[in-house]
Design a protein around this ligand. Structure first.
Ligand code: PGA
Length: 250
C-alpha cells in the first residue's frame, strides 16, 4: 500500500488536449510510483474528461476548491455532491491562493472542511506562513492557529479522515523550497499540536509538503520523518516531472 500522497494541483491551467497529454503520460509511466498515491486536481470543466480518462487506473481525482453549501443560489460555485459524481475523493481547502486572492478566512475554510467530511470525501487542509511572518518568527504560531481553527470547528479526531498540506506561502510558485529541515520542523510541530488532543489521529495523519517541489527536491523532503508526500503545483503539469516526484516516494 502507498504510504505517501503525491498530489498535483493544476490550478487554472490545462486545456482539453493538455489534459489528455498529461494523463496519458501518467498512465504510461506509473511503473515505480507504487510508493505514492497519485492524485490530480484539474479545473472543474475537465472533471468529466479526467474521470473518463483515468477510469480503471489507481490515480485519484481531487477538487481544487468547493462550496460548503449543498445546493442552490450560489452563482459560480460547485458542490460536493457534484464532485462526487465525477469520482472525486480529495478536496483542497484553504489553499493560500484562495485565502489571499479570494479572501477565504479560517471560518470559511473550516466550513468547507466540515462539509467535505460530511460528504464522505477527504479534505486536504492547506496551511502556511508568509515570508514576513517567517522573518518575524511567527511560523509555528501562524500554522498552529490555522490548524486550531479546524480543531475548534471539527474536533481533532476529524484528522482521522483528513490530510494536512504545509505550504509556506513564500515557496509557492517561486522556485524557493523550504529546506528539508525547515519543512520537517513545521511538520513535526503540526503533528505535536494535534497530538495534544488526538494522539492516535496525529500519529497516523498524513502531512504533505508543498511549495516549488520538483523531482530534484522530493527525495530529501520525503526522507524526513514527518513528511508524508507533497502537494505539487508547477511540476504536476508535465507527466514526466510529476511521475519523477512519485518515484521519489519509493
Ligand atoms: P508550486 O505550487 O509547486 O507551483 O509551488 C504548490 C501549490 O500551490 O500547491
Amino acid at each position: 500500500m502507498a504510504n505517501m500522497i503525491v498530489a498535483g494541483n493544476w490550478k487554472m491551467n490545462a486545456s482539453k488536449s493538455a489534459v489528455t497529454e498529461i494523463l496519458s503520460g501518467l498512465k504510461q509511466g506509473l511503473v515505480g510510483t507504487s510508493g505514492a498515491e497519485l492524485v490530480v486536481f484539474p479545473p472543474f470543466p475537465y472533471l468529466a474528461q479526467v474521470q473518463q480518462e483515468l477510469a480503471g487506473t489507481s490515480i485519484r481525482i481531487g477538487l481544487q476548491n468547493v462550496c460548503a453549501a449543498p445546493k442552490g443560489a450560489f452563482t459560480g460555485e460547485v458542490s460536493l455532491a457534484m464532485a462526487a459524481e465525477f469520482g472525486v475523493t480529495y478536496v483542497l481547502v484553504g489553499h493560500s491562493e484562495r485565502r489571499a486572492l479570494f479572501a477565504e478566512d479560517d471560518a470559511q475554510v473550516a466550513a468547507k472542511y466540515v462539509a467535505t467530511q460530511a460528504a464522505n470525501l477527504t479534505p486536504i487542509l492547506c496551511v502556511g506562513e508568509t515570508l514576513e511572518q517567517r522573518e518575524q518568527g511567527q511560523t509555528l504560531a501562524v500554522v498552529n492557529a490555522q490548524v486550531q481553527a479546524i480543531i475548534d470547528a471539527a474536533g481533532a479526531d476529524s484528522f482521522a479522515n483528513a490530510v494536512i498540506a504545509y505550504e509556506p506561502v513564500w515557496a509557492i510558485g517561486t522556485g524557493l523550497t523550504a529546506s528539508p529541515a525547515q519543512a520537517q520542523a513545521v511538520h513535526q510541530a503540526i503533528r505535536e499540536h494535534v497530538a495534544k488532543v488526538a494522539p492516535v489521529e496525529a500519529a497516523s495523519m498524513k502531512i504533505l509538503y508543498g511549495g516549488s517541489v520538483t523531482a530534484a527536491s522530493a527525495a530529501e523532503l520525503f526522507a524526513q520523518a514527518d513528511i508524508d508526500g507533497s502537494l505539487v503545483g508547477g511540476a504536476s503539469l508535465q507527466a514526466e516531472s510529476f511521475l519523477a516526484i512519485g518515484q521519489a516516494a519509493q
